[in-house]
Design a protein around this ligand. Structure first.
Ligand code: NAD
Length: 337
């Protein structure tokens, strides 16, 4: 059994812990937290051994009645691999600790690409992570773009990608984020950083991205234009995407008109936390004009990277190939709406 440590038990970390627990070949060795909040309490309720990310604060957990298994260093030492899901920039600070214990580490999209040996998307470049010590699972938006670009490149070739990302202001739990009543060009400079981030997954991809922020918490929305290397009928692209396990084509009959109904559907379908692990592409939006493809897709920022982290664990340890790992992860998590 692969022993997995999770350092940083917030939005991403707690979801990765639950997903790892579902895997037949993995065990959550423990989770590390900085403070005894509600997430620390649920970690204990779920039976995850709790470690103190900052040793001097260990007594705060004891005072809150939460038993601490030890300092985070003990957890990193005991694990085969660590998933660092701390806030942006903290992963870079933690790198030397992972190196000291010779434990391979996965970082999240908030870290810089040059921190790691390779950036990772399971569908696009699984093998690049084999044997690597430091791997970055790319951000929610980059994951969403990569999942669409990979099959298009393979099937038709991609000349140029242009994407406008309408980004949620914050996650539902991020009470201090905004805007509350505005529409921001964000980042205001063009291209946004997302394009270069996608280029860390694909060599020689030509992509420009623009970002905006809006008063929403549920999901991001991408408006995508891909110039293909050949003219393709929209129905062919729909068939191509239908074969992709992490692309959900929203059928017209479902009457899902936006991210609100999409999340409602995920909750009705019994998804934990209402998570939507797949890209959600409005099937009717898939259109072609000459060699230009257009579509709209919803990206659930809190969860689409979760199966990618699970696959990255197998990739770094060389425990499975891409197809095998993706299939196991999909089956155990229930991916495929
Ligand atoms: P979060 O704030 O919800 O969770 C981070 C957790 O780490 C918190 O519980 C925090 O208390 C804890 N923490 C802080 N300092 C720590 C330390 N030194 N050691 C251990 N734990 C520490 O953040 P998040 O949204 O889960 O983001 C984590 C990473 O994932 C970031 O790199 C982010 O860019 C990336 N990411 C976030 C999203 C998203 O939409 N939330 C999507 C994809 C990727």
């Amino acid at each position: 059994m692969i022993q997995v440590a999770i350092n940083g038990y917030g939005t991403i970390g707690k979801r990765v812990a639950d997903a790892v627990r579902e895997q037949p070949d993995m065990e959550v060795r423990g989770v590390a937290k900085t403070r005894p909040n509600f997430e620390a309490e649920t970690a204990v309720d779920k039976g995850f051994p709790l470690y103190a990310a900052i040793e001097e604060r260990a007594d705060q957990f004891e005072e809150a009645g939460l038993e601490i298994a030890g300092p985070v260093e003990d957890l990193v030492d005991a694990a085969d691999v660590v998933v660092d899901a701390t806030p942006s920039g903290i992963g870079a600070e933690n790198k030397s600790m992972y190196e000291a214990y010779d434990t391979p580490a996965l970082y999240q999209g908030g870290e810089d690409a040059d921190l790691v040996d390779t950036s990772f998307n399971a569908r696009s470049n699984f093998e690049d992570a084999t044997g690597a010590d430091h791997v970055r699972v790319v951000s929610c938006n980059t994951t969403g773009l990569s999942r669409v670009i990979a099959p298009l490149r393979e099937a038709y070739g991609v000349e140029k990608v242009r994407a406008t990302l309408v980004r949620r202001g914050g996650d539902p739990g991020q009470t201090s984020r905004g805007p509350i009543n505005d529409i921001l060009p964000n980042p205001v400079t063009i291209p946004s950083h997302h394009g270069p981030d996608v280029e860390t997954i694909f060599d020689d991809l030509d992509i420009d991205t623009l970002g905006m922020k809006v008063p929403a918490t549920l999901m991001h929305m991408h408006s995508l234009n891909v110039t293909l290397e050949e003219e393709v009928d929209a129905s062919e692209v729909r068939d191509l995407f239908a074969e992709e396990s992490r692309l959900f084509l929203i059928p017209e009959r479902m009457d899902i008109d936006g991210s609100g109904t999409l999340k409602e559907y995920a909750l009705d379908a019994g998804r934990p936390r209402g998570d939507v692990w797949e890209n959600s592409i409005w099937e009717e939006s898939i259109s072609t004009v000459g060699d230009d493809l257009y579509l709209f897709q919803g990206i659930h920022q809190e969860s689409d990277v979760v199966p990618e982290n699970v696959d990255a664990i197998r990739a770094v340890l060389g425990e499975a190939d891409a197809e095998e790992s993706i299939q196991t992860t999909n089956e155990t998590m229930g991916i495929g709406l």
